[in-house]
Design a protein around this ligand. Sequence first.
Ligand code: PMP
Length: 400
Amino acid sequence: VFANIVQAPEDPILGVTVAYNKDPSPVKLNLGVGAYRTEEGKPLVLNVVRRAEQLIINDQSRVKEYLPITGMADFNKLSAKLIFGTDSPAIQENRIATVQCLSGTGSLRVGAEFLVKHYHNRTIYIPQPTWGNHPKVFTMAGLSVKSYRYYDPATRGLNFQGLLEDLGSAPSGAIVLLHACAHNPTGVDPTTEQWEHIRQLVRSKGLLPFFDSAYQGFASGSLDTDAQSVRMFVADGGECLAAQSYAKNMGLYGERVGALSIVCRTADVATRVESQLKLVIRPMYSNPPIHGASIVATIFKDRDMYTEWTIELKAMADRIISMRQQLFDALRARGTPGDWSHIVKQIGMFTFTGLNTEQVASMTKEYHIYMTSDGRISMAGLSSRTVPHLADAIHAAVTR
Ligand code: PMP
C-alpha cells in the first residue's frame, strides 16, 4: 500500500549536515548547524548542566512517574520569571498560563494549535525571511501564514519602513510572529526605539504578538537584555504569547525542553486558558519528559548554579561575538570587495552573509564549506583556526 510513496526532500537546514557528513575532505567545515561548537569544534555540555545531572542522578527520592500534562510546576514558574523578569507584575497577578513543551518548536506548535481552536483570527504574519520551520509549524496547525517585510538586502539591516507598512495593513486581530532577539536567519534585530514603534503599532491595531524566544542570553550575553522586547509588550498590560527554548542557552538541544506562556488580562482568564492548553496537549503527546526540565529547575533553584550558568552562557555569546570580529578582520585584511560591517553588526548565532546561491555552491564545491543556500552561516561553527579558510572562500566567491 505504500509502494507509490515518493521520496521526500531533505530538510533544507538539517540536509546541510547530511551533505557535510558525506564529504571526505579533511578541511570540510559545517556552518549549517544551529548548534554551539567550542573553539575546538566540539559540541559543548555546560559544566553546570553536568553538575545538575549529577545531583539528579544521586537523588534517590526521584521517581519516573508521569509529569502533569502541563509539565513540571517549578520549571514553568521559573521559566516565566526568566523571560518576563522576576518582578513582572503579570507574574505577580497570576495572569500568565505557562506550560512545559517540547523545546521551542513544540511550544510554537502548542501555541498555534491553541490559537486555531480558541482565537478568532487564524492568520499569522511571519517575518520575511524567517526560520524555515516557522511556516511549516503554523500551517500544519491550521493557521494561514502571511509574511511581513523584515530584511533589507541593500543595507543588510532591518527594513523598518516595510515592516511598519506591512503590519500596518494587516487586518486587525491578526497574529504576528516576532523573534524576541537574535533574529534567525538574519541576525538583524530592531533597536529599542524601533521595538517601541512596533509595540505601539501592534497594540493600536489589536494584533496578537507571538514571541519566539530561542536565544535568550545567547545573543548579547545578558538574559535581561535579550528579553527586553518581550517585557515591553507585557508591561503595557496587553496579551501575548511566548515560546521559550533551552536548546541554545543551556545547550539542552536533544533534551527538548521549553515552555509556552500565554499572557492574559486577568488571573481568571489565565486559569481557563491553561485548562484548554491541557486539552490541546493531551492528545498530542500526553505529557512532557522529566529530565530536561529537572536540569533547568535544579539550576534555577540554586543561586550558585544559576550564577555559573550565566557565566557559561556569556562565554558562549562572547565567543560568537569574537568570531564575528575575527571574520570581519580577515576579510578586511584580504581586501575582499564589499562592505562586511554587517558581520559585526548582526547578533546571535547566525550571520546572513549576503552571499547568493551560486556563491554558496562554489564555496561548498571548492572549499568544502557547508551552509544553507541563503548564505546564512553559523558563527558558532567557526573557530580562530577555521576563520582564514572561510575568509579565503568568501574572497574567492565574490571575486570570481
Ligand atoms: N525558533 C527559532 C528562531 C530557532 O532558530 C529555533 C532553533 N533553530 C527554534 C525556534 C526551535 O528550536 P528547538 O525546537 O530546538 O528549541
